[in-house]
Each structure stands twice: as C-alpha cells, then as structure tokens.
Design a binder for this molecule. Structure first.
Ligand SMILES: Cc1cc2nc3c(=O)[nH]c(=O)nc-3n(C[C@H](O)[C@H](O)[C@H](O)COP(=O)(O)OP(=O)(O)OC[C@H]3O[C@@H](n4cnc5c(N)ncnc54)[C@H](O)[C@@H]3O)c2cc1C
Length: 311
C-alpha cells in the first residue's frame, strides 16, 4: 500500500546542500525498485507531477516548494566485481571514491569532494579536473514508462554536463549504474584523492551552496570580435572553456549580496547561503550575474543547476 509510505508537506531544504526550499506536497523514500515503481504508478494514476531527488546538490527548490511527489532515492547498495563497481542510483559519489580506493581501483579520484549520488552524477554527466563520469559508465539501468531498460554508454548520449536523461520529456529514473575502472596502485590513488580535495578546499567556499550555478562556456563559441575586445580570454584557449566564474568575477560581482545570499568571494560561480536564505534572493543574484555578463561580454550564461517548483 503506497499510501502508507507517503508523507505530506515535507520541508525539502534539509535534503539539499543549499539548505533552501519549501515543502513537497507528497514525499516518499524509494529503498528499492518496487518502491519506485509503485510511486511512478501512483503519480500516473493521480496525474500528479513528480521529481526524483538524489543528494540535492545541484538543485534550487522554490520557497513555495513542489506541488507534487518528491521521490527521495534511498537505493544504496553496491558490489565490486573485478574492476567494475555496480552501484544503486542512491549511492553517494563519496562512497564510491572510498570503495575504489579500498579495492585498488583507479579512475574516480577526480570525483573526490563532488557531493551527490551516482544517479544525479550520471544524469548531469558530473565532472571535474578534465574528467567526467561518462568516461567510466558502461551501463545504466533505468525505469522507463514502468519497464526496466538497460542502456549502454553510447545510448546515454553524454556530452558536457549533459545526457539523454537531461533532455526535455525524458522521464527515465536511473536505478543502477555500472562503472568500469582500472586496477591501480593504492598509494597513487590516495595521492590523487588528496590532491583533488586539497584543491577544492582552496578554491571553493565552505558555506551551503549548490556548486557551480552556470555551465562554463565553450571557447570555440566565442567570436573573433569578442576575443579582440577581450584578449585576456585567450588564456583559456588550451583549456577549451571560459569559466563562468571568471566572467562573473570580471563583472566585479564577487561578494554581491541579496538578503542572506552572496556571490562567493572565493569562486564567483558559487552562490553561498549564510543562513536562512530564500530561493527568491538566489534567483535575483542569478539574474544579476546573467545580465552583467551579457552586457559586458555579449555571452548568455546557462544554468547548470536544476530549478524545482518554480513554474
Ligand atoms: C560544493 C559543491 C561542489 C560541486 N562540485 C561539482 C563538480 O566539481 N562537478 C560537477 O559536475 N558537479 C559538482 N557539483 C554539483 C553536484 O554535486 C553534481 O551535479 C551531482 O552529480 C548532483 O547529484 P545529486 O544526487 O545531488 O543530484 P540532485 O541535485 O538531487 O538532482 C539533480 C538532477 O538529477 C536528477 N536525478 C537525481 N537522481 C536521479 C535518478 N536516480 N534518476 C533520474 N534523475 C535523477 C534530479 O531529478 C535533478 O533533476 C557540486 C555541488 C556542490 C554543492
């Protein structure tokens, strides 16, 4: 009986790294595929919108909350088979980084310090330090229209912070992911993890946030005229991307405040919540950053974060 598992008016802020967001009209925890299937059947029969919540580290939830069902992914078992890690969608990336070290498997060191679940990471093709999760994914098991489907890597259509799961009208729920790593040396793996965490601690703020607000800009999309006007952008040519944080910083927006939120002083692509911030204030800062970058550079910033409950 799904009705017994459904909770009403659950405040979502504590389920997010930003610590922002109002209530979900309905809330359920999916501990296995059956729970998820029941939830999906229920939303279909009631015609209520739904949203899958992983670690809540890449989303901004509206102050009024979400007028539908939030399915919190609690599937969190994993197995290691030779160089493969088979992980349920709700397993945290941090757990998988530890598992890879414990099993002398290399390839996931870059993910040290990236919050969130493997399900969320696959959907958004999370990445850092020149790597992304798509390099390691072999298969993804999803629930699609109440049936289970196994997708190979090339069917997932991965690109920069994108995948088939992020496309409009895609309603796949990721339930399991198989990652293929390589045998490695424990000391080297540990060194890699420490290096990435140290770098993060130096370059990212500690206060509550949802990571980078905007995607970086593909260098090849910048026209010659803009490069002539702003020759300093050429320093990113080899990197292949103009960091959105650099663009925002160039508009002198670091430390810009609205209520309890501010554009980070440490990394301008982060917005920090210093207390009881509202999503409304975050949206205002996002709008300010977009407008300033458009005015100065003629570049349209595109959100990496997902908005929940705004429309
Ligand atoms: C401090 C900080 C640093 C960060 N650094 C990085 C970084 O270096 N690189 C990077 O790429 N990201 C980074 N992020 C962003 C974020 O951690 C990643 O994007 C992460 O992969 C999101 O996973 P999640 O489980 O938290 O997803 P959520 O935020 O819960 O959800 C994000 C989207 O994925 C969907 N989703 C989640 N699980 C599933 C599922 N099982 N099936 C279908 N859809 C699902 C949700 O519906 C939502 O649309 C950072 C965030 C923070 C707070």
């Amino acid at each position: 009986m799904i009705e017994k598992k459904l909770q009403r008016n659950v405040i979502l802020a504590p389920f997010t790294t930003f610590k922002i967001g109002g209530p979900a009209a309905y809330f359920i925890e999916a501990h296995n595929e059956d729970d998820l299937l029941q939830a999906l059947q229920w939303v279909k029969s009631t015609n209520i919108p739904y949203f899958i919540l992983g670690g809540g580290s890449n989303i901004l939830i509206a102050d009024k909350g979400f007028d539908g069902l939030v399915v919190k992914m609690r599937m969190n078992t994993y197995t290691v088979l030779k160089t493969n890690i088979i992980a349920d969608a709700g397993v945290f990336l941090s757990t998988l980084v530890s598992v890879s070290l414990k099993n002398s498997l290399t390839g996931l060191e870059w993910a040290a310090g990236v919050p969130g679940t493997i399900g969320g990471a696959v959907r958004g093709n999370a990445g850092a330090h020149g790597h992304s999760i798509s390099e390691l994914v072999t298969t993804v098991r999803v629930i699609r229209k109440e049936s289970v489907v196994e997708l190979e890597n090339n069917n997932c259509k991965f690109s920069y912070r994108h995948s088939i799961f992020k496309k409009k009208n895609n309603n796949d729920s990721i339930v399991r992911v198989v990652l293929k790593l390589k045998k490695g040396n424990n000391l080297e793996i540990e060194k890699g993890i420490t290096k990435h965490i140290t770098y993060r601690n130096k370059t990212q703020p500690f206060q509550s946030s949802c990571g980078c607000i905007f995607k970086n800009i593909n260098f090849s999309a910048i026209d010659k005229e803009s490069l002539r006007k702003f020759p300093e952008m050429n320093e990113f040519k080899d990197y292949g991307q103009i960091p959105s944080g650099w663009l925002i910083d160039s508009c002198s927006l670091k430390r810009t405040k609205k209520g309890k939120v501010a554009i980070s002083d440490i990394h301008a692509n982060f917005i920090e919540n210093s207390g009881s911030a509202t999503a409304h204030d975050v949206r205002e800062l996002i709008a300010r950053a977009k407008s300033a970058v458009k005015q100065k550079f003629g570049i349209d910033l595109e959100e990496e974060i997902i908005y929940v409950g705004f429309f």
